[in-house]
Design a protein around this ligand. Sequence first.
Ligand code: DX5
Ligand code: ZN
Length: 261
Amino acid sequence: MRSCAPSGICPPACTGLTLLLLLRAMNGEIYIWPSLLAGDFGRLEESALKAQKAGADALHLDIMDGHFVPNLSMGPDVVKMARRCLNIPLSVHLMLSRPDQFAEVFIKAGATTLTIHVESLCDILSTLRHIRALGATPGVALNPETPFEAVLPFLGEVDEVLCMTVHPGFGGQKFMPEVLPKITAIRRALRQQPGRDRGGDAIPGITVDGGIDLSTVMRVAAAGANIMVAGNALFKSKTMAQDIRQMREKARAVFGKDATE
Ligand code: DX5
Ligand code: ZN
């Protein structure tokens, strides 16, 4: 089991949080990660606290550079704010052309997991290793049109594979069911990796991001995803805590059903 590097750049709470996250992942647990992109940008701290109070397993923060995706969102100061006011892990999703140039600044800001895109313009392997060496948990993401084979070389290096289920850049888009077979293919590939995926237990976890709600969650969980990022479905709901519980229960009931051989 890995913990934060002794570099001193990780906030003190991070080691315990990362361990907890990884221990629970080993038990094949389902995680619900609300995406702050759908929060109230006039009251981001309040939105972050609302997600934690509602039972979020982590807060997901979407970082965009206007190059990798046609949008801009938030920077390291928002991650710092979330780290200051929350005690749950922070999942930081870098939609950047050059995530290698920003990994350190986001880890210093308090990222627990740092996810980079396989399509980005940097040396993916060395960036993932650098993230781990700096004390964060590395993840690799892939766009809807990117084939699953693109992440195979990195499965032994990451603790999370994030499948975009919409085109990255904006919240509130429609779920893309054509990604489902890819989720299943990745789950199966993980099962063939001795010591990484133990018969449904999940290291790395498979995250889905985009258009996840109380109905699509069952499809992605059945396909083999165990970490659900949800923005609009949770932040725009008046019953966030209840929806998080229901999302978790629905996913648990069908997890991996379509990914058996
Ligand atoms: C999109 C982001 C997502 C986004 C999901 O590029 O990566 O995390 O917040 O939002 P919803 O759940 O509203 O589709
Ligand atoms: Zn995201």
